[in-house]
Write a protein that binds this ligand. Sequence first.
Ligand SMILES: Nc1ncnc2c1ncn2[C@@H]1O[C@H](COP(=O)(O)OP(=O)(O)OP(=O)(O)O)[C@@H](O)[C@H]1O
Ligand SMILES: O=C(O)[C@H](O)CO
Length: 471
Amino acid sequence: MALVSLGGGEESSGQLKVRDRSFQLRQNLYLVGFGKAVLGMAAAAEELLGQHLVQGVISVPKGIRAAMEHAGKQEMLLKPHSRIQVFEGAEDNLPDRDALRAALAIRQLAEGLTADDLLLVLISGGGSALLPAPIPPVTLEEKQTLTKLLAARGANIQELNTIRKALSQLKGGGLAQAAYPAQVVSLILSDVVGDPMEVIASGPTVASVHSVQDCLHILNRYGLRAALPRSVKTVLARADSDPHGPHSCGHVLNVIIGSNALALAEAQRQAEALGYRAMVLSTAMQGDVKSVAQFYALLVRVVGAHLTPPGPGTSVEEDEQLYELAAKLQLPDLQLKEALEAVAGAGSPVCLLAGGEPTVQLQGSGKGGRNQELALRVGAELGQWPLGPIDVLFLSGGTDGQDGPTEAAGAWVMPELASQATTEGLDVATFLAHNDSHTFFSRFQGGAHLLHTGLTGTNVMDAHILFLRPQ
Ligand SMILES: Nc1ncnc2c1ncn2[C@@H]1O[C@H](COP(=O)(O)OP(=O)(O)OP(=O)(O)O)[C@@H](O)[C@H]1O
Ligand SMILES: O=C(O)[C@H](O)CO
């Protein structure tokens, strides 16, 4: 069943159905949105609800309309005389003046709503940078500097967004409060492991549960408390004594409409339709890309041994090593034992799927992305041992269609990668040492192993897919 659909009667007495809730479209319908995938979401909303829509404002990354036009993706574009105003900003995922203008237009629209109105909010990853409205006296530049410093010192997205919420007019439930008493329905595409609605795009329609103490702990942890600008101290001190407490969001329905788990479930269905025995291993793949690559390479050896007739196979130690590596990666939802049992003696080709967002410690000045680096590392690892009578292919791709600052979505590799590269005069280790995976894949076999999808219009982290086929 569609998560979002139109129901009820024909003309204006229709209903907007979201999951099991219905909203009368006799109310005036408004739309706002912010995030990397919001242009396509807004186009879909316009297609479905256009005749009911009074006005809309969205904030999307700079250049996205031109990119979609260039790629001929008409379904991702708004109609010529759309009632939705588009702001483009936040180049390189950093809040800027254009994004600030968008945020103020969104705030203005929300503040003008009444109890007769329904506000549809479209949210996807990248939304934090596309909706900057610092609480005065904090300036955009101060907020930008603080978030950059936190990110550079290794703060994770939960920590980063806790600080962003404390300093923002619209994050942490602020947008929902501005729209009160209108009814608010937020449709959210998750780009965060575990789909925490209060973290994705800093939860503009989700009540914040964090205290000033939480913010101070985070700032302490990254050595930033002492050097805070006076304005930030002022805002935090004010929040500490705010008698109103956290925003109330009783008039809001927040719904996750897209996630890594949903994307992988569909990929699993497609693989099964192609004759693979398919299993989703985890949708919370995190950790350093080197450890993640070792995990997949060892997984291939262990699964390969389960799939093929008795031969050299893997040792008990390798099975144990795989579980140890998995434990080190701390994947709360990992279905490793289940997957190994399911593939044992499958007699058919096997497809193992996982998703999430590993991290790359950048050392070199090369060109690449998480997915191409992961694929290259897996390819290099796989070439180190003989694998027995089995064909193996590993693919890693960003669901948004763009891996880091490259035009590719990712890459795919086979165990022969390193030896074939050597015959072309390409040394995999040298490219890895400089985080230069994109240059490698652009040269290797004329770029045949690069995955090119173009911008997909979604953004639900990365997909890792492993195909194993007994020969
Ligand atoms: N040369 C490189 N090699 C490997 N990874 C890189 C390289 N340069 C950047 N990256 C990685 O690319 C990522 C940044 O890419 P991008 O700006 O597309 O963000 P993103 O995390 O992919 O966004 P989203 O979560 O919305 O998909 C970071 O994880 C960064 O470590
Ligand atoms: O915008 C953000 O805050 C990140 O992409 C996480 O959703």
